[in-house]
Write a protein that binds this ligand. Structure first.
Ligand code: UD1
Length: 430
């Protein structure tokens, strides 16, 4: 099993290319199930989760061709992938596949909309909480689907003639359930209005792509989305938006180590709350041509309290990284997690590097320390694992991050991007 070895203490200087967003690429890829034409996605990141979803889509009949893995001078890749699903050959998404990646559950929306039925395994628990699927069930039922749970699977059946547009307001904001409703309602008869919809930029990206495919969606990016159903969707070409979580992660890494790094190919307007928070912690962040520039001072990190919230609030996917940064702040800060009930597994691991963190329910109290010291640590989930990398970059001596497969799910060529900026980070294979 691969490990990442970090020798901390170096400042980061240079350019880091930001990849296409994993959390946009996954629903966009799933949208290819909605049409028999070819959907072409540009800027698809090369990540374990993407590869896993390619296998899952293949199972349903999607033909995939990967085109032009073009390497740019700055080291970035641009991957264009063509997806063609002439016919859906299987409407079942089995447990073996869905349990490996929760987002694959989202195939339920397009399968149901296009074929009138889907049998999709319940995803099960995961490291950051129970993550139920009640909102998906309620939302699709509102469109007229019959939803039954049987033997760990959801059997969904559309009424004769297909799903029917409806007004449905989510009792709680869910990114995944909003994605699924957009896809399902696009092929429903009549108009659907979704209330309390997620407003994440990845929702807007999916809506833009669906509209390019012939859907009629308005209001994406606000809490109320209106979808006028159409009878079929066509192919389209769409570019995946930049990864705001990767952007925020590297911005925090620079704030932590000190240095001057340009994050290339990203868009600061995708993460204004996070960037403002990092500024308050002491880093200088400016918008530059084609990206953002981060200047960190390393030794002068100010404590800032955060509460995670749905977009446009501070993202839960940057919570662990921000806690990593706060471990070296001059003073006490508090991090409150409101989205997932068990997203604090990094606390014990950061403590191994010398961080002083105490937990009280949903809130962590972090007392900044003047130095962290390298140690062997364990990655527990995707975002938690990168907080350990951030800690390791600022720690004295060697940090070994075990169970790197978590990192590979969501961070493209992390060690290479950091090494180019002067960090000592290497992958050790056994
Ligand atoms: C997506 C992101 C993930 C991010 C999360 C919150 C992808 C691939 N993943 O996950 O990185 O951390 O948004 O921004 O885009 N919930 C229910 N019932 C449901 C569905 C969700 O109670 O049927 C709850 C969840 O347990 C959680 C909250 O709603 O407490 C938000 O989850 P949700 O927005 O659905 O997260 P995901 O779409 O799974």
């Amino acid at each position: 099993m691969d490990r990442i070895r970090i020798v901390g203490g170096n400042r980061l200087n240079g350019v880091i290319p930001i990849s296409g967003a994993k959390n946009a690429a996954l629903p966009l890829m799933i949208a290819s199930l909605l049409t028999s034409d070819t959907l072409t996605l540009e800027n698809v990141p090369h990540l374990a989760d993407v590869e896993q979803l390619l296998r899952i889509l293949g199972n349903h009949g999607v033909d995939v061709s990967v085109n032009g893995r073009r390497e740019h001078q700055d080291g970035s890749y641009a991957r264009t992938i063509h997806f063609t699903c002439r016919t859906i050959v299987d409407t079942t998404a089995p447990y073996e596949l869905v349990s490996k990646m929760r987002a694959s559950f989202w195939v339920i929306g397009p399968l149901l909309a296009r074929e009138g039925r889907a049998r999709v395994s319940l995803p099960g628990g995961c490291a950051i909480g129970t993550r139920p699927v009640d909102l998906f069930i309620e939302g699709l039922a509102a469109l007229g689907a019959q939803m039954e749970i049987d033997g760990g699977y959801i059997n969904a059946t559309a009424p004769k003639g297909g799903l029917i547009g409806a007004h449905y307001t989510f009792p709680k904001v869910s990114v995944g359930a909003t994605h699924v409703m957009l896809m399902a309602a696009s092929l429903a008869r009549g108009t659907t209005v979704i209330g309390n919809a997620a407003r994440e930029p990845e929702i807007v990206d999916l809506a833009n792509c669906l509209n390019a495919m012939g859907a009629r969606i308005s209001g994406a990016g606000t809490s109320t989305i209106t979808i006028e159903g159409v009878s079929s969707l066509s192919g389209a070409r769409h570019r995946v938006l930049p990864d705001r979580i990767e952007t925020g992660t590297y911005a925090m890494a620079v704030a932590m180590t000190g240095g001057d790094v340009t994050l290339q190919g990203t868009d600061g307007t995708l993460l204004e709350t996070a960037l403002e928070t990092i500024r308050r912690a002491g880093a200088e962040i400016t918008m530059v041509d084609g990206g953002i520039r981060v200047i960190g001072h390393g030794d002068d990190i100010r404590p800032v309290d955060i509460v995670t919230e749905p977009f446009p609030g501070f993202p839960t996917d940057l919570q662990a990284q921000f806690m990593g940064l706060m471990t070296r702040a001059k003073g006490v800060s508090h991090v409150t997690e409101t989205i997932f009930e068990n997203r604090f597994m990094h606390v014990q691991e950061l403590a191994r590097l010398g961080a002083k963190i105490s937990l009280n329910g949903q809130t962590a109290r972090i007392e900044g320390v003047s130095r962290l010291k390298g140690a062997p640590v364990m990655a527990t989930d995707l975002r938690a694992s990168v907080s350990l990398v951030i800690g390791g970059l600022a720690a004295e001596g060697e940090t070994i991050v075990n169970r790197v497969y978590h990192l590979d799910r969501g961070f493209e060529r992390l060690e290479e991007k950091l090494t180019r900026c002067g960090a000592i980070v290497e992958r050790v294979s056994e």
